[in-house]
Design a binder for this molecule. Structure first.
Ligand SMILES: *Cc1c(COP(=O)(O)O)cnc(C)c1O
Length: 406
């Protein structure tokens, strides 16, 4: 028997892995020291644990321990990276390049800087969700100080060509920040091979606790400096003041260590489950469309539109399955996902999109159950849909002149 509800929304957050929890527990009680206390063993123990975690985070992304700055999560890491560069390098230039499908923590940070006089170029993406490297090259000016383009997208799972972006940034002497929140621990990430200068991480997207993350800040070729966004005790090389969240940091470190071990096999397992889900749905249903590139994609992501089936209705129909929809559920507006819009997906299809985010604790039985429930629900909702009936009868809905009601 399958246990419901089934969680298939791992891009939103993940449960803490039991191994991570075990590593964290002593630091709530016996080992509660302040990592900045230099006068006794309580402080030294906490500092030792933080240093171990620093090494574990660094190892997963090919960095050195000193290059890891602990934060409260990827929102803060993105803010610190972008505002920190804008502040520190203001004399060099005032132009930042980003992309239309970035997380709000990047886009809204850039918008705030724009109000303060920073020039921001938001690159469009293609139908596949990828930025165009020639457009990126053309966008760079002698005033450009930063390119901020994400590694993996949180809605459609599309992987940007970070290695090529890093190479272009390096050639042109521009810093490169990547929001790698969805990529780290899921696909190989290496800050040296990919010429990444700044990289954002969040623990709760990789089986660690909520409210803790990290920012990688390159120390060599070039040595990146940031203007701190918070003033205080000068923790984290002066870049992020505030008493360290030792339990959270230990959890992030342990989460990274598990990912480093399991990434190769887990990526293959999850891609297998994801492809199984996709082929079941495609075999049973007509007019279903994958959003974004399948080739350049996280192994655990599937984002599909189910024509004529409003996302909200679908979610109601599959109540015992936790997934997300690209329609209006997250906001008070009726705007569909800006990410899908940026891909050129029309409003009608964007409203029918569902994001399946698979993860460490999903099984094949769960995938089969979810596929069945989705197929059943789509068929039922389509039976009730006059639009679907008209389309089946050969009416081209785009040519219909809809009469407003009188
Ligand atoms: C979740 C997420 C964030 C925000 O991370 P928090 O740690 O929750 O602040 C930023 N970027 C991406 C791509 C995300 O998926």
């Amino acid at each position: 028997m399958i246990k419901t509800p089934i969680y298939m929304d791992y891009h939103a957050t993940t449960p803490v892995d039991p191994r991570v929890l075990q590593a964290m527990l002593p630091f709530f009680t016996e080992q509660f020291g302040n990592a900045a206390s230099r006068n006794h063993s309580f402080g030294w123990e906490a500092e030792r644990a933080v240093d171990k975690a620093r090494g574990e985070v660094a190892a997963l992304i090919g960095a050195t321990a000193k290059e890891i700055i602990f934060t409260s999560g990827a929102t803060e890491s993105n803010n610190l990276a972008i505002k920190g560069v804008a502040g520190m390098y203001a004399e060099k230039g005032n132009h930042i390049i980003t992309a239309a499908t970035e997380h709000k923590a990047v886009l809204d940070t850039c918008k705030r800087l724009q109000k303060q006089g920073v020039q921001v170029t938001v690159l469009p993406v293609g139908k596949d969700g990828l930025v165009d490297l020639d457009a990126l090259r053309r966008a760079i000016t002698d005033k450009t100080i930063l390119i901020s383009i994400m590694h993996a997208n949180n809605e459609i799972g599309v992987l940007q060509p970070v290695r090529e972006i890093g190479r272009i940034a390096k050639e042109r002497g521009v810093l490169f920040h990547t929001d790698a929140t969805q990529a780290v621990g899921k696909v190989p990430v290496n800050v040296i091979d990919d010429n990444i200068d700044l990289l954002s991480i969040s623990a709760h997207k990789m089986y660690g606790p909520k409210g803790v993350g990290a920012l990688y800040v390159r120390r060599k070729n070039p040595r990146v400096q940031l203007t701190a966004q918070m003033d205080g005790g000068g923790h984290e090389r002066g870049m992020r003041s505030g008493t360290l969240n030792v339990t959270g940091i230990v959890g992030l470190g342990a989460a990274c260590a598990v990912c480093l071990q399991e990434l190769p096999s887990e990526a293959v397992r999850l891609a297998g489950l994801r492809d199984r889900l996709k082929s079941r749905l495609e075999a049973a249903l007509e007019e279903v469309y994958v959003n974004g590139s399948m080739e350049h994609r996280l192994p655990n992501n599937l984002n599909m539109s189910f024509a004529y089936v409003e996302g909200e209705s679908m979610l109601m129909g599959i109540k015992d399955v936790a997934v997300s929809s690209g329609s209006a559920c997250t906001s008070a507006t009726l705007e569909p996902s800006y990410v899908l819009k940026a891909l050129g997906v029309g409003d009608d299809l964007a409203h029918t999109s569902i994001r399946f985010g698979l993860g460490r604790f999903n099984t094949e039985e769960e995938v089969d159950y979810v596929a069945e429930r989705v197929i059943e629900t789509v068929n039922k909702l389509r039976e009730l849909s006059p639009l679907y009936e008209m389309a089946r009868a050969g009416v081209d809905l785009k040519t219909v002149a809809w009469q407003p009601e009188r």
